[in-house]
Design a protein around this ligand. Structure first.
Ligand SMILES: Cc1cc2nc3c(=O)[nH]c(=O)nc-3n(C[C@H](O)[C@H](O)[C@H](O)COP(=O)(O)OP(=O)(O)OC[C@H]3O[C@@H](n4cnc5c(N)ncnc54)[C@H](O)[C@@H]3O)c2cc1C
Ligand code: SF4
Length: 495
């Protein structure tokens, strides 16, 4: 039974981030790391008060809004009662990696929390993080090895959150699972997209240790369907494995083919962020793309753009401007965006707190170069929406100086050449690999999970899909499955 008056006694409170002038000098998490099991600035007593704000609603909309269907009211109450070990049991029953979502999820659950009718939802995501972080500190996260082996071999292609969730579920179901990753390290966008200051790589590595101990095999530097020495052909893949899970992500970035695009100094965001991640770990002193001393413009106002912003500031950019074609979001929900749908409101990420300017309702007409072929400015104009389409506001053209530009306008789907073309699986009009209601591609025994099938999405959806595709693959291999299926391939957010 929840504390029925907690929400009346306590206001919503979150741990403060480290001061901007200090955190900007390093790459570490913007939040303080717990020392000796206790957070100096946000002790466990404060977390328990926040958990006590949960009303254990008759219909927990938060639970329905969470793609992995986390049992939020249950673990909120366990956290309130100080029963952290039972809380992590409950949390792990629905989510393989609550540390990734506890750090990185945009928390649609909080948008749907009944207290969010008053715009002060329970701090669900923070409590999720506290439960799993405490569990690691206490030594409660141990390998869970399968009681029986099936002798079936499964290949998972791609090691982002979808591939990792599928691999962990299938390994625990007793199959011999090998994860192939073409990068030199495991993790997908958790490793080379998302910067250290949002989630430290140590958080990923400790989970990979558990997976290795459970028996999942990881092979890096192998492009499945690629044609370099050491790559694995799709024929060998099909011959060697009883089932395959494709989890290669939506890696094709949306480009901006306007005049001047070929000038030097204009890069896709995902050509830039991996270097920043290596620099953060002290493995690269002078990244080939470096914002140090430069006037940086980021085109795209989402998460990827914010990650470029925080990286550029840490590299010592002279200025950073982030452009967005959409209008400035409102501070409160519009009437057309009612509770319990996801609130489309102005958000200030940690990177935005650190500086830079955000321009809304602007479009880039062309890039302007200097005599040496380097970008020197963008020619911008304002836009307005007319009949649902963006139109130029005449007379608003102006130059915005830039010597480094990052394109962070989202992703257009799965990479075709290599794996997808070589396998011959069907791709839909949106660039996503087609799957049926059993997550199976147009080839028997080949399953599809995460952004490669859903299109650019979120970590929590990737985990949910990895779990569901693993259940489908388990049925294919053994005739039945005890694994959960939190989502269908066509499930969408509450709307
Ligand atoms: C910069 C950035 C920041 C983001 N921030 C957030 C955030 O804060 N919160 C959030 O919820 N979501 C965020 N997202 C979205 C989120 O990261 C993705 O939705 C999620 O990672 C998708 O997981 P996935 O496993 O499907 O694919 P990915 O994480 O993209 O992993 C796919 C992996 O497959 C590998 N691969 C592909 N083809 C092959 C092949 N042929 N052989 C071997 N390996 C292959 C790739 O190298 C890659 O490592 C962000 C995305 C970006 C780009
Ligand atoms: S995974 Fe995301 S939606 Fe689900 S409880 Fe955690 S923060 Fe909320």
């Amino acid at each position: 039974m929840a504390d029925t008056t907690g929400f009346l006694k306590y206001d919503r409170e979150l741990p403060p981030r480290r001061p901007v002038d200090i955190r900007i000098l390093d790459w570490k998490d913007v939040y303080l790391t717990r020392e000796n099991g206790e957070d100096e600035v946000f002790p466990v007593a404060a977390v328990r008060k926040q958990a006590a704000r949960c009303m254990d609603c008759g219909i927990p909309f938060c639970h329905h809004a969470c793609p992995v269907a986390n049992l939020i009211p249950e673990w909120n109450d366990l956290a309130r009662r100080d029963d952290w070990q039972e809380a992590i049991e409950r949390l792990h029953s629905t989510n393989n990696f609550p540390e990734f979502t506890g750090k990185l999820c945009p928390a649609p659950c909080e948008g749907s929390c009944v207290l969010n009718l008053q715009e002060s939802p329970v701090t669900i995501k923070q409590i999720e993080w506290e439960i799993i972080d405490r569990a690691y500190i206490e030594g409660w996260v141990q390998p869970q090895t399968a009681a029986e082996r099936t002798g079936k071999k499964v290949a998972v292609v791609g090691s982002g959150p979808a591939g990792l969730a599928a691999a962990q579920q299938l390994t625990r179901a007793g199959h011999d699972v090998t994860v192939y990753e073409r990068a030199d390290r495991i993790g997908g966008l958790l490793r080379y997209g998302i910067p250290e200051f949002k989630m430290e790589k140590a958080v990923l590595d400790r989970r990979l240790d558990q997976m290795r101990a459970e028996g999942t095999r990881f092979v890096t530097g192998v492009d499945v369907g690629g044609d370099n020495d050491g790559d694995l052909s799709t024929d060998a893949l099909r011959a060697e494995f009883d089932a395959v899970v494709l989890a290669g992500g939506a890696t094709v970035g949306r480009d901006l083919p306007v005049p001047g695009r070929d000038l030097a100094g204009i890069h896709m965001a995902m050509d830039y962020l991996p270097y920043g991640n290596l620099q953060a770990l002290g493995e690269l002193d002078d990244p080939p793309i470096n914002a140090h001393g430069k006037h940086v413009v980021i085109i795209g106002g989402g998460d990827t753009g914010a990650d470029c912003l925080g990286t550029a500031h840490r590299q010592g950019a002279a200025s950073v401007t982030q452009l967005e074609i959409m209008p400035t979001p409102p501070d409160r929900r519009a009437e057309t965006n009612p509770w319990p749908t996801y609130p489309m409101i102005m958000r200030v990420s940690s990177a935005h707190e650190e500086g830079g300017e955000r321009l809304y309702s602007v479009n880039t007409e062309r890039f302007l170069g200097d005599d040496s072929g380097n970008v020197r400015a963008l020619l911008l104009h304002d836009v307005e929406r007319v009949d649902g389409r963006f139109q130029k506001v005449e007379g608003t053209e102006r130059e915005l100086p830039a010597d480094l530009v990052f394109l962070a306008m989202g992703f257009t789907g799965a990479q075709r050449e290599g794996l997808v073309d070589a396998l011959g699986v069907e791709v839909d009009g949106r660039g996503n690999v087609v799957r049926d209601k059993e997550f199976m591609a147009t080839l028997p025994g080949v399953f599809v999970a995460g952004d490669i099938g859903r299109g650019q999405s979120l970590i929590v959806w990737a985990i949910a899909e990895g779990r569901a595709a693993a259940a489908a693959a388990d049925v294919w291999l053994t005739g039945n499955s005890m694994l959960p299926r939190p989502v269908t391939p066509t499930a969408v957010a509450l709307r």
